[in-house]
Design a protein. Structure first.
Length: 320
């Protein structure tokens, strides 16, 4: 047996993070940063996992309970391997090498992309072509172990690519009109998605009557944002990003570091900017005319962030 490599994209939530956990729609796109998983044969009953970006290499048993908890960085890889082999009823061992260009724990769907690429590479290595929805559900199992009770938006966008209006149990493909640069600003402050989701839940239980309309308004923003994105009305889409940011702040998930990058991008001429992902650290996304993307990236760097100019990609999970 030779080796098989699969890759899957990271994602950027344009609108609707957190409210999506409560069953409301969110708008997300796949971005051209990818996680790659390469699978090779290994000793029966064992998995050798190597994650380049964490500089880690570990050998784990494949006979263990599927919910065994390993180091958090390696969890999506291990759980994805175990679940895929279990589904395929395969007892052989595998070596899995992960190489990802998606910053981890930053709100760009790195763990989901790693899980999706791993499921695809492991199944194809044994000659099985899983359907997209099967890859997504297997990856979702890993996401649940990593994040607690995620909505499933990250694994869905990583599998299908492109733009998606996501609601629990329902996905609508969004047409992306041409090249739209997204400027990402990373605060370089890692955070934990599960912890941020729990924080919102606590506030929701404390102030249900106030939080419900805020979450509903965010859901409405996503429905409207889909229309503006499809019509390539980036100026109006930017305004919605700004409104969404204010509402996320009211949910308690923004931080001074995020706000600094958001304001740096807006002052440099962005149509709009907001945090993306769970908040508490991680990244912002800014929408701007292509000719000033570079300038916005510089202002984000001056404000203490690391900037990336990314493009929306239609390419979901695939074999390399
Ligand atoms: O920070 P990320 O990329 O894990 O994004 C999470 C988005 C949330 O809506 C906060 C949680 C979820 O599961 O949808």
């Amino acid at each position: 047996m030779g080796e098989v490599t699969a890759s899957a994209p990271g994602k950027c939530i344009l609108t609707g993070e957190h409210s999506v956990v409560y069953g409301l729609p969110a708008l997300a796109v796949a971005i051209d940063m990818r996680a790659k998983a390469t699978v090779k044969p290994y000793e029966k009953g064992k998995a050798l996992i190597q994650a380049k970006q964490f500089n880690k290499k570990i050998c784990l048993p494949l006979t263990a309970d599927r919910n065994i908890i390993v180091e958090s960085d390696l969890q999506p890889i291990y759980t994805s391997i175990i679940n895929t082999l279990k589904l395929l009823r395969i007892k052989d061992g595998v070596e899995v090498l992960i190489d990802s260009s998606i910053p981890d724990a930053s709100g760009l769907g790195s763990s989901a992309a790693v899980a999706v690429a791993t499921v695809k590479a492991v199944s194809e290595f044994f000659g099985i072509h899983l359907k997209e929805n099967e890859i997504s559900s297997l990856s979702f199992e890993s996401e649940k172990i990593v994040h607690g009770s995620p909505s499933g938006i990250d694994n869905t966008v990583s599998v299908y690519g492109g733009g998606i209006l996501f609601r629990k149990g329902r996905i609508i493909k969004v047409k992306i009109p041409g090249n739209i640069p997204l400027i990402i600003g990373d605060t370089l402050k890692k955070r934990n998605t599960g912890g941020m989701v729990s924080r919102v839940r606590e506030n929701y239980l404390k102030y249900t009557g106030i939080f419900k309309p805020i979450l509903t308004a965010i859901g409405r923003i996503s429905l409207q944002a889909k229309k503006f994105l499809e019509a390539a009305d980036l100026s109006k889409l930017g305004e919605l990003l700004n409104i969404n940011q204010a509402l996320l702040e009211s949910l308690g998930v923004s931080t001074i570091e995020l706000e600094k990058l958001v304001y740096a991008a807006r002052e440099a001429g962005a149509y709009g900017a907001k945090l993306t992902g769970a908040g508490g650290g991680g990244c912002i996304v800014a929408l701007a005319p292509s000719d000033i993307s570079q300038n916005i990236a510089s202002k984000i760097s001056e404000a203490g962030g690391r900037a990336y100019i990314t493009q929306i990609t239609d390419i979901g999970v695939r074999i390399e």
